[in-house]
Design a protein around this ligand. Sequence first.
Ligand SMILES: Cc1ncc(COP(=O)(O)O)c(C=O)c1O
Ligand SMILES: N[C@@H](CCCC[NH3+])C(=O)O
Length: 431
Amino acid sequence: MKLPGHLTVKDGHLYIGRHDCTVLAQEYGTPVYVTDEDRLRENFQRYDSALKKHYEDVQLLYAAKANGNLAVMKVFAELGAGADVFSSGELHLALLAGMEPEKLLFNGSSKTKEDLKLAVEKGVKVSLDSFDELRQLNKIAGDAGKIVEVSFRINPAIDVPTHPKIATGLATSKFGIPADQITDAYRAAMECENVVPVGMHCHIGSQILDVAPFAKAAEVMVKVAGDITALGVRLSFIDIGGGLGIPYRHETEVAPTPEEYADAVLPVFLQGIQKLGIKPQLWVEPGRNLVGDTTVLLTNVNSVKTAHKKFVNVDAGFNLLLRPAMYDSYHEIIVANKADKEAETDYTVTGPICETGDIIAADRKLPMIEDGDILAILDTGAYGYSMSSQYNCRPRCPEVMVAGDRSAVMRRAETVIDIVNTMKKLPWHEK
Ligand SMILES: Cc1ncc(COP(=O)(O)O)c(C=O)c1O
Ligand SMILES: N[C@@H](CCCC[NH3+])C(=O)O
């Protein structure tokens, strides 16, 4: 199987960075997410420099929803990233990670008044998704005696080749302001006393393996930039979102590189702004592309059962990795202690959750498996831990970072006590 540079096979064992996955599984227990810090840095720098080759004034806003571990966010903060934050929690994380407030954009189609208050208090820009939100933010900023810089999320009405649940820029999507309301939205913002429109924002979807829709979105954005510049809006940034996918199927899937993405999108953006005579900063919000391939989820085989097919029952299910159950997503699997063995048998890998749909991989050819084997589920750095749950009262597993020769826990395992401690005895159940 084709492997990215930080994953290698030595003496039949899978390594992440310099670490034998079977040793990590023993040391930290299973299940466990393991992330390679060097790969995080490499991914960020590649994306950043691909864009900056075309235009110096680019700011990467890491999409915190993809992987909100503080250690991960600290690595990106140190490399100069800001963040796309989608909740007050993600805003706190970004600030704790050391990201500068001016490099943060508070996104979301359903923010609470508390979210807006926090954005105002912390001085971060807000991407507005409705006229109601504009009105609310203007009032909240006024009450706080502050002026808030905003963008609107634009619905570019673009169809994208991805899973329908993660296409976000369709005309029918819940996100963004439709084309025929955009100029009204900016006009309304210009009339507000405590809000200044300074940016534009869009995001067309996730896990997109074709650069053409991104170029199309850039075209829509510069067209809208023309319309709103004509209104008198002075644009300091244009945010074209994230969405560049990764090759989950290592043998067959081809993903555009960040360079190919930049080569397709930046000329459209640059031509557009040159025509308008403006020089806004370009903001880009990648999530998956920066973190997806950096991480493996190590899981122990509890048992193997031959029924109408061969089941491999492991200790990680959709409580820890929801993507296969939610989007029928494919993740490569390597038997970490038999990484050089021939894949010869079809197995269906299932988790411990009480749901028939708790399937990590269906009918997957793997080497002969027995209990005690360690499976490495690849490309689980994006929307893995961040979409996990405590279903079936299962505490979440730990997250470990490796960097060179070092390894350490970056999030401890939860315990059943952690779960129970959030529950309260009801006053009428005292006796
Ligand atoms: C507004 C916004 N920005 C950025 C992202 C990051 O997307 P991706 O992880 O596909 O790069 C998302 C997720 O789809 C998003 O909703
Ligand atoms: N959670 C999705 C991506 C959606 C990102 C949020 N808009 C996935 O795992 O592929």
